[in-house]
Write a protein that binds this ligand. Sequence first.
Ligand code: NAI
Length: 343
Amino acid sequence: MKKIKIAFFSIPSKEKSYLNKKFDKKKFDLYFFKEELYESTTSWKEKLSILNEIDVLSVFIYDKVDKKIIDKAKNLKLIATRSTGFNHIDVEYAKKKKISVANVPFYGENTVAEHTFALILALSRNLHKAYIRSQQSNFSLDGLRGFDLRGKVIGVIGAGSIGVHVMKIAKGFGMKVLAYDIKQNHILEELLDFKYVGLDELLSSSDIITLHCPYNEQTHHLLNMNNIKKVKRGALFINTARSGIIEPSALYHAIDSGIFSGAGLDVFEGEELLKEENQMLTKNVPLKNVEALLKRNLLLRRENVIITPHMAFDSHEAIERILDTTVENIIAFFENKNYYKVN
Ligand code: NAI
């Protein structure tokens, strides 16, 4: 029987050994690439010859699976992304080419929610500033006074798996919870004791605004130069969802003018190129991405902004759950069983 060929991109060596144990080698041939699926890297020729042969392409969020890549993978049957979000894949084009797309819808609602609170607590208690000072043997309290979360209002945009977990943690802190979502679950609303409101009301009433909706055509620039004025002055802004949900100029303006008193950003415009700045020299980077890098560097210099490198999902437990579901998706696909299908 012909073996099923799977290529994994953006795969660290630890994950490689975990995956190696999970597949029956009589049925599957596995190919691992530590680097991203990116055309102009030195190993592109090797990747290209693999793309021609593989049945399954397993990718992560920085591996852009566009029309060009899909056209190159002539035998491709399944794209299995090791993430919840799939906006890095041209799902419509894959569908047209009869290629299925699978994702990992649940693996880390607690994981991402916990990181959301890591950002909130770091900002509310100035942990990042205190850390740097104590490294320099400065133990003064000047400028480190924080604020309580108890009694504050948190506005959750997107009350799905992650958003609901954020609400549960917020309740543990004694916070009041508002939610904005296009779908409403009133039993949940009563059970968790939160309140659905319109977007404008959420913006004007929340002390902390946190994004947990997907990025798509409807949520593109959901927060923008028009509605940013409605934000309660001095609110904290947290984004662990996707950068495109807030218009970049609205984010800079809000931080610059004090509309946001601080921001915790796990996702950032152009982050895929910003992971390693030296890649900018080898990749053909458009000018607008260089601009994004400059803007990030300007933001980074501010004491009230904490940027983390898209790491909210990255806990030991969550990674194992991601890999397990990816393996299950691939095996189920070839056994004609149910899997987490996107298209
Ligand atoms: P989910 O699908 O369970 O929840 C999303 C919620 O957003 C749903 O309740 C949905 O009705 C709502 N929604 C959809 N369109 C909306 C709109 N236009 N306005 C308001 N609400 C809307 O998704 P989940 O698992 O909670 O993940 C949310 C997002 O978090 C993902 O799409 C992904 O982009 C991001 N994420 C980020 C990670 C990180 O490491 N930073 C890791 C995992 C997910």
